[in-house]
Design a protein around this ligand. Structure first.
Ligand SMILES: [Zn+2]
Length: 75
């Protein structure tokens, strides 16, 4: 509810939405799969799988998740 005084760009998805999303990887408990914004994607803090976000709608389909060993620049 605060004024938008932040000088950063709006997040790709709202914080309250992000807070309820969880990674769908069955290899770890779902509740552990907290997602964090990484660039234009969401990244699971546990398994590192990434999910694309399109117009504020995260694609949480496991078939579309990007594995952490995909050819991407390591951070
Ligand atoms: Zn995960």
């Amino acid at each position: 509810m605060a004024d938008s005084s932040a000088d950063t760009a709006a997040p790709i998805i709202p914080d309250d939405f992000l807070a309820i999303l969880r990674c769908v990887n069955y290899d770890h408990p779902r509740d552990d799969g907290v997602l964090r914004i990484e660039g234009a994607m969401l990244r699971c803090a546990v398994c590192g799988y990434r999910y694309e976000v399109d117009d504020g709608i995260p694609n949480m389909l496991w078939d579309d998740a990007i594995p952490p060993d995909a050819s991407a620049a390591a951070s």
